[in-house]
Structure formats: structure tokens, C-alpha cells
Design a protein around this ligand. Sequence first.
Ligand SMILES: *[C@@H]1O[C@H](CO)[C@@H](O)[C@H](O)[C@H]1NC(C)=O
Ligand SMILES: *[C@@H]1O[C@H](CO)[C@@H](O)[C@H](O)[C@H]1NC(C)=O
Ligand SMILES: *[C@@H]1O[C@H](CO)[C@@H](O)[C@H](O)[C@H]1NC(C)=O
Length: 358
Amino acid sequence: MDNSSSSMSLAILLMTLFMFGFSSSKAQMVPALFVFGDSLVDVGNNNYLPISTAKANFPHNGVDFPNKKATGRFSNGKNAADLLAQKVGLPSSPPYLSLASKNASAYMTGVSFASGGAGIFNGTDQKLGQSIPLTRQVGYYEKIYQSLVQTLGPAGVQNRISKSLFMVVIGSNDIFDYPRNKSNIPQQYVDSMVFTLKGLLKRLHSSGARKFVFPAIGAIGCIPSERLKSQTEECNEESNSLALKYNEGLKSMLQELKSELKDIAYSYFDTYAVLQNIVQNPANNGFSEIKAACCGLGKLKAKIPCLPLSTYCPNRRDHVWWDLYHPTEATATILVDTIFDGPLQYTFPMNGRQLVAI
Ligand SMILES: *[C@@H]1O[C@H](CO)[C@@H](O)[C@H](O)[C@H]1NC(C)=O
Ligand SMILES: *[C@@H]1O[C@H](CO)[C@@H](O)[C@H](O)[C@H]1NC(C)=O
Ligand SMILES: *[C@@H]1O[C@H](CO)[C@@H](O)[C@H](O)[C@H]1NC(C)=O
């Protein structure tokens, strides 16, 4: 072999290595995804809570999940946390409580702390027996962060964590809990939610978190269990108006937090507007049933939840709601597609893809 052909094959080798490296780093866009929140993003933490009744690890949940497995997700298939992980080329973040005895290598690509029934306030699980309130979820994350610091060293961790995504989906259960807490006027109540949340975000920031994905509360007055309260199956305007008030507060709190902490970035997502679009123009998004749940029994399939004895609809793709509280995978897919690539109208001040690229 003469010099030129050996340098040629070296060039090809380097190019191949480069392309291989490039394509694999392109597939995985962030080091890790950490998920906080309620049943909208629970991937099985509540399976480990003995006295919680907020569980979904039985049929017909998971009927469209790989192997039809009921994993504890409150969905026919994948939920918004799974779909966001997919967008950034990561496996779904595993439930924290399934990792209890594992070492830091299990945490490298993220963990989910989300728990059905959880709220910003501690008391939202009273009717459900048990959940992991957001305060405790943040405490669990702090433990993980400490064990990562021990494994990777402070600089290594900061490098990984600062590029990782922190998805926070919380607040609906606090709003459902408002009737128990009527001594507050609505504005005070949502202000107190936002204030408490801000404190918890500061704790996450102290443990390295820099990039937040923040879906706001959806039009929760329009879920089947809320419509059931009205003779005419209308949306519950009290819940919707609390959700809107809270969302406004959340949006300005995030701007404030950004100006105080400087080194954070976030994408606020207007779940409410996108869900309302779906409900008002169902056919545009391939839906034909916007009121009734797919899985359940009785009026709006919301009198009895999605239990093994309940029936479920043959075509999950055309239902907005899976059960009396939760969206179908089809709905979650539209939400996450918009979180990641949606316009400024719905994602403020940037979408998920732009957040990742910072
Ligand atoms: C962590 O666990 C993995 C397998 O789960 C094992 O291969 C590895 O050696 C462990 N590392 C430490 C530091 O214990
Ligand atoms: C929730 O409970 C924890 C202790 O379990 C407490 O430290 C925290 O302040 C409580 N949070 C709220 C918002 O009441
Ligand atoms: C009622 O609201 C306050 C905040 O205004 C909160 O601290 C408290 O935990 C709430 N109580 C219940 C039972 O949700």
C-alpha cells in the first residue's frame, strides 16, 4: 500500500467513526430526563405504595402498551413522559421506587418520581390513601443527585445534569382538592400553589437542574369525571377557571425565577389551549369522542373507573380520554408533539427542541 491509499483508508475510517459517533449522539439528544408529577406521568411508582388506591397496574390499562402490559401507567399505552423520552432518544425514565436498591448506574439516563394523586400540597392524596407529594419527590431527587456526585464527582455531575431535562407535570390534584380547602379564595389558593412550587424549583436548581419542561394544567373541567357532575355533561367551569388562574401564575413565576436565577431555561407549555383546541375541533385531530372515557362503565363511562370488569372502546385512537381522569395515548401524542415542535403561541418562550439545543 502506498502512502496515499493508506491515508485514504484512514480518512474513510475516521469518517465512519465520525458518522457513527454523530448519528448515535444525534439519537440521544440529552444525557437524562427526570420526571416529577402526578398520574399524568406516573410510570409505576404507585405500584410500590401499599395503601394507595391510585393504581393502574391491572387491565385494561396498557392495552396498547408493548405486550399489552399494565405497568401502572394510567393510559391505554404510553404517557407524556414516555413520549418526551422518545423525542430526545432516551428510554423511558424508570420509576424511582423500582430502583431503591440499585446504584448510580441505574440513574444515568434519568428517573421518574411521578406519582398518581400527587400535588404541590401534601394533602391531595387523602382520599386515595397515599401518594408521593411533590415535596417528597424533590427530596428523592436530592438523594439521587448526591449519589451521582459520589460516582461522577461534582464537575462530572454538573456537566450531565445541567444539560438534562426536568419535566414537571403537577397541579391538577391540588385544583381537584380545592373544594376541601374553600377557606381560601381562588386567587389565594392558586398563588399559594405557585409560591410553594417556586420553593421546590429552587431546591431542584440547588441540585443542578437547569432545563425545565413545564406543561401547564389542562382544561381539567372537561375530563369525564368533571362532566359527570353536570346534568348536561358540560365542562366544570369552576375547575377550568382555577386551572387558568393557576396557569397565569405559573407562567409569570417561571419568568421571575429565570430573572432571579439567571442560569435556567424553560419551556412553558399551554396544555389548556391545546386541549381546548382538540375538544373544539375533534375531527381535525382524528377524534370522534371528546366527552366519554374509553374505559369505564355507566354515564360517560365515568361512573365506574377503568377496572378489569369495565368495558373499553375498540378504537382508542378516536377517544380523547382513556378513563375518567386521563387522556389516551393519542391525546398525549398530540400534546408532546406540540411541546417539542410547537409554535410560540403554545410554547413559551421556546419549544422543547429549542430548549434541548441551548
Ligand atoms: C452498579 O450496578 C451494576 C449492575 O447493576 C454493576 O455492574 C456495577 O458494578 C455497580 N457499580 C458499583 C460502583 O457498585
Ligand atoms: C409537606 O410535608 C413535608 C414533610 O413531610 C414538609 O417539610 C413540607 O413543608 C410540607 N409541604 C407543604 C407545602 O405543606
Ligand atoms: C389548603 O391550602 C393551603 C394553602 O393556602 C395549603 O397549605 C394546605 O396544605 C391546603 N390544605 C389542604 C387540606 O389541601
